[in-house]
Design a protein around this ligand. Sequence first.
Ligand code: FES
Ligand SMILES: [Fe+2]
Length: 393
Amino acid sequence: MRKDEQLRLLDILEDGIATGRTAFADGVMRTPASDFTCPDLLAQEQDVFFRETPLFTGLSCDLPEPGTYWADSQTGLPILMTRDEDGEFRAFANACRHRGAQVVPDGRGERPRVSCPFHAWTYNMRGDLVAVNRADSFGGIDKGQHGLVELPSAEKYGTLWVIPNPRSRETIDVDACFGELADDMENWGLGAYQHAATQVLEADVNWKLAIDTFGENYHFPVLHRDTLGPGFHGNLQTHDVMGLNYRMVFARSNFQEVAKAVPDRDQWPFRQMTLCVYFVYPNTIFLVDMGVVDVLRMFPDGTGRSRTAHSVYFTPNAADFFRRTGTDPRERFAGFNSVVQSEDYVMAASTQACAEAGIHEHFLFGRNEPALHHYHNAHRKGLGRPLLQVENS
Ligand code: FES
Ligand SMILES: [Fe+2]
């Protein structure tokens, strides 16, 4: 994020702390509980969001060197992402052209070639089929026509994008995907970050409820009163709609203390005073925290279940610190999970159970929860559904 934008947001938060005012929507909004339980809606979401839409998948450092790969099946389509010998980012359907077996097990590594575990057909990092085991006994095929199926992919601002559709002929315009967020992304300098660790959280919640967890801090002083809550000014956020994407910034509870200690406002250390929460359409939450960023990708696993694929990345300074102190980056997950898995997703699961039991027809989003208004209408826009309207009272 640019410095002038940081200062503008810090002004808003300072004012909010002083006055108790947060960013408000124009009123309350209600969303049908069936949005979390309807199998027909899920089928549309699967087609549009998870087969046609470019997905923000990770950072450039997920593939740090030529010859590195990352196999990931979270979208439901096994994907092999590689950095080829020229350093170009590529993505393929991770399915062998012989009989469709997954060529590389999910995970990360570095190799010039990968060999299918079924009959040992071998592919390079450009997806070319370079060797057929016992080719003379297999029979004649044109190797040039039997490379891995390439998926649309793109890399810009240190971010990786893929459309998980082997039949797609689209190209990905990263600037169009980020829209007005492109400026922030460029200025975070993500190209210099390092991958720290990845985990997958499963929860009995619709994938949109998992996203909603990251959509307001009205709940911080209540649900997180003994964990995250004391670290932030609850019920206070900035609010910026950027096309289908969204940005909100929270103030840490040390905000005034730091402000007092640093008399020159231009020198206020933005990341020590705030937490930035971005929604990157359609399924990603991107957190800019002190020393790290988090990429959280939510995927449906049925209407009432979802997976959150969570990767943490270090700034160069934080990476040095972890190396020098010998700290295991996975330790960060313990703190994160004690909040998100043990508190947020437990609460979201009770919302899911309420929706499934048909107790309420609607759930309410307050005017102090403007991000939820945005997330749900961004998804509705994507599907061409009627938008939820604000109710003034
Ligand atoms: S399925 Fe891959 S080599 Fe046979
Ligand atoms: Fe929370």
